[in-house]
Design a protein around this ligand. Structure first.
Ligand code: ATP
Ligand code: MG
Length: 274
């Protein structure tokens, strides 16, 4: 009989990164997370941005945040204590703290500062993390130590790209950072996918940019495109994902479709590896 090694169930950890500001990282973290939870996946979102937009967007305001991603990265609290349940079933959050902004200098003397999040998640060993199917890491608009920690702890990187004229500009810098992390810190880091966001179908430029991105990046680009949709920008002020704020809006439908595509890609990958 073949002895199959019993590897503990570990979640898929995905970093949502792009050093460009305002491209849809946080909107995608919240709504892809909510859409995966709707599909009965157990989802943990970790807000690594000192701006804390994912936290506020889910109704966790500065004053309510006790144990945060800052405690996680300074190794002063275990993951279990940092997790809070969101209103939606299956969705959990580690909130951000403004203190994260000082972490770059605080950790300057630690030669292993890039591995902090990976250690805190204790991949495969920490019971707190193994109860999730997906962990989504919302990165700040920078390639700083927070983003590098996310890429070091992650299985893959999902890159939201806004459908605008300069969409591809800056992407080479991001891809170079991913490569450096692969070479020095996390050889298994993969590209999860590139997501076109804020697509405006009344604007020819959006269609041209989408075509250009697909020509350059091929199959890495998701079939699903996120349209520009006002409901997506309103939802955070109602402390809810768009999927509950306006469940039939174009934004909600697009993120549901994206979740299905993500699940399908993983299903296909695990079948190919079987
Ligand atoms: P930052 O770099 O500052 O962290 P980000 O990449 O996380 O930004 P978001 O905060 O998700 O970007 O989005 C930027 C702004 O655009 C927000 O006000 C958000 O509500 C809005 N927005 C995001 N996606 C869409 C969309 N598809 N349609 C309309 N508005 C959107
Ligand atoms: Mg953000």
């Amino acid at each position: 009989m073949i002895d199959v090694p019993s590897s503990p169930p570990t979640p898929r950890v995905i970093a949502l990164a792009n050093q460009k500001g305002g491209v849809g990282k946080t909107t995608t973290t919240i709504n892809l997370g909510a859409a995966l939870a709707e599909q009965k996946q157990r989802v943990l979102l970790i807000d690594l941005d000192p701006q804390g937009n994912a936290s506020t967007g889910l109704g966790f305001f500065q004053g309510d945040r006790r144990t945060t991603a800052y405690d996680l990265l300074t190794l002063s609290a275990p993951l279990e204590r940092c997790i809070a349940a969101c209103r939606q079933e299956g969705l959990h959050l580690v909130a951000a703290s403004a203190d994260l902004a000082g972490l770059d200098t605080e950790l300057i003397d630690d030669p292993q500062r890039a591995q902090r999040l990976g250690r805190a998640l204790g991949r495969g060993h920490d019971a707190a993390v193994t109860r999730f199917d997906y962990v989504l890491l919302d990165c700040p608009p920078s390639l700083n130590i927070l983003t590098v920690n996310a890429m070091t702890a992650a299985d893959s990187v999902l890159v939201p790209l806004q459908c605008e004229f300069f969409a591809l500009e800056g992407l080479s810098q991001l891809l170079a950072t991913i490569k450096r992390v692969q070479q020095r810190l996390n050889p298994a880091l993969a590209m999860e996918g590139i997501l076109l966001t804020m697509y405006d179908r009344r604007n020819n430029l959006s269609a041209e940019v989408a075509m250009d991105v697909r020509e350059n990046l091929g199959r890495q680009v998701y079939d699903t495109i996120i349209p520009r949709n006002v409901r997506l920008s309103e939802a955070p002020s109602h402390a809810a994902p768009v999927l509950t704020y306006d469940r039939d809006s174009a934004g909600a439908l697009a993120y549901r479709k994206l979740a299905q595509e993500v699940l399908r890609r993983h299903g296909a990958a695990s079948m190919a590896g079987a």
